[in-house]
Design a protein around this ligand. Structure first.
Ligand SMILES: *[C@@H]1O[C@H](CO)[C@@H](O)[C@H](O)[C@H]1NC(C)=O
Ligand SMILES: *[C@@H]1O[C@H](CO)[C@@H](O)[C@H](O)[C@H]1NC(C)=O
Length: 359
């Protein structure tokens, strides 16, 4: 079966998950064999692992069938779920979720394996495109109500990083950290970040992109709702200068509250932390089809909106609608800067869009 299956590989960087030493609970020891159904074996292995702090559940390489499972906490301590093989969903899951992790503190999901939702068999049974009161399909793997904490001054502690993954939804997470609350890297497609509460931290970012060769496109990103408080950035797209060509498109940010955020709305195509990059040529990551809608609150600096696009590939199809960002400090009211971009503007604009322009 090919690429069309809804396959999710996820790498979750949940902080404080120090599962290094830990006891290993291999589903094989609980009767889980390749090509057979391991629902019971996994449930048993999980229960045993959950009762021990710093444990690891391991599913070795191979293909396994798995019915709907709830892997429940609270557990004794940090726990790791290491999937090296492929888990295949039944053709009729019968519940709202296929694999669900619940009430767990300090979970690491690792192993590079595959959650194969067998989407093609289920899609035919879904009428949601035509019928509003339809029965929705089960969710393959969903991350919700997660709390992640690290101090505001801790280095490189992204709360959740998503890359090389598709069809991921993050719902109602509460994240405080020293780096991005949510960072969306290359190869991320069809990602929904819904109602995330972020702060302290560096906000919700797409990127950085363009640092490495052969990065995959980013597309279909929706950041909806949520509040960012006292963060360095609000919603941001960042790419490195002197980059190889790449694309990031179809990215939409809406209904977001900013509380005292340093850069509430930011596209930064000259991203170069600690001046460790070559500034010789502009970024070649093409950004298109971006919208910032209904974003309000307060900015801790005057520059509430900065859209700094690349000279070599100016941003295209950027829409800015319903912006109300207030700066209360000294030196006048909030401003907005546009470089190599001509956004379509509608609704309220505070500050007025592109008060300063460069091309
Ligand atoms: C732009 O984004 C919208 C909203 O997701 C999508 O429907 C549309 O197909 C995209 N357009 C292009 C040209 O990618
Ligand atoms: C607002 O943010 C600035 C800079 O991050 C910080 O110094 C200041 O204490 C914050 N103000 C409030 C009221 O939290």
């Amino acid at each position: 079966m090919g690429k069309n299956l809804s396959i999710v590989t996820i790498s979750l960087l949940l902080l404080l998950a120090s599962t290094s030493a830990g006891q290993v609970f291999n589903v094989k020891s609980y009767g889980g064999q390749p090509n057979a159904d391991i629902t019971q074996a996994l449930t048993k292995a999980w229960k045993a692992a959950c009762a021990v702090a710093g444990s690891k559940v391991v599913i070795l390489a191979g293909t396994y069938k798995l019915g709907a499972v709830s892997l429940l906490g609270p557990c004794k301590g940090a726990i790791e779920f290491q999937l090296q093989g492929t888990l295949q969903a039944p053709s009729n899951v019968g519940t709202d979720f296929w694999v669900s992790f619940k009430r767990i503190d300090s979970l690491t999901v690792s192993g590079g394996g595959v959650f194969d939702g067998k989407g093609q068999t289920a899609w035919q049974k879904n009428s949601c495109a035509k019928n509003y009161n339809c029965k929705t399909l089960p969710i393959n793997l969903q991350i919700q109500h997660v709390t992640i904490t690290a101090p505001g001054d801790s280095p490189n502690t992204d709360g959740i990083h998503i890359g090389h993954s598709s069809k991921i939804t993050i719902n109602n997470a509460k994240i405080g950290t020293g780096d991005d609350c949510v960072s969306i890297g290359d190869g991320a497609q069809d990602v929904i970040v819904n109602q995330v509460i972020c702060g302290p931290g560096h906000g919700i970012s797409v990127g950085s992109l363009g640092r490495y060769q052969n990065e995959e496109p980013v597309s279909g990103i929706r950041v909806i709702g949520g509040t960012l408080s006292n963060t360095k950035n609000g919603v941001r797209i960042k790419t490195w200068p002197s980059s190889p060509p790449g694309t990031a498109s179809d990215m939409h940010f809406e209904n977001i509250i900013m509380n005292n955020v340093t850069n509430p709305i930011l596209i930064d195509q000259g991203y170069c932390p600690n001046s460790q990059c070559s500034n010789k040529s502009p970024s070649k990551v093409k950004i298109s089809n971006v919208s910032f809608k209904n974003i309000r609150g307060t900015s801790s600096t005057k520059e509430a909106m900065k859209l700094i696009c690349s000279k070599s590939v100016p941003c295209q199809q950027v829409a800015v609608a319903g912006i109300d960002l207030v700066y209360k400090g000294e030196g006048g009211s909030a401003t907005s800067t546009c470089v190599n971009v001509k956004p379509t503007v509608s609704g309220k604009q505070n500050p007025p869009a592109c008060t300063s322009k460069q091309q």
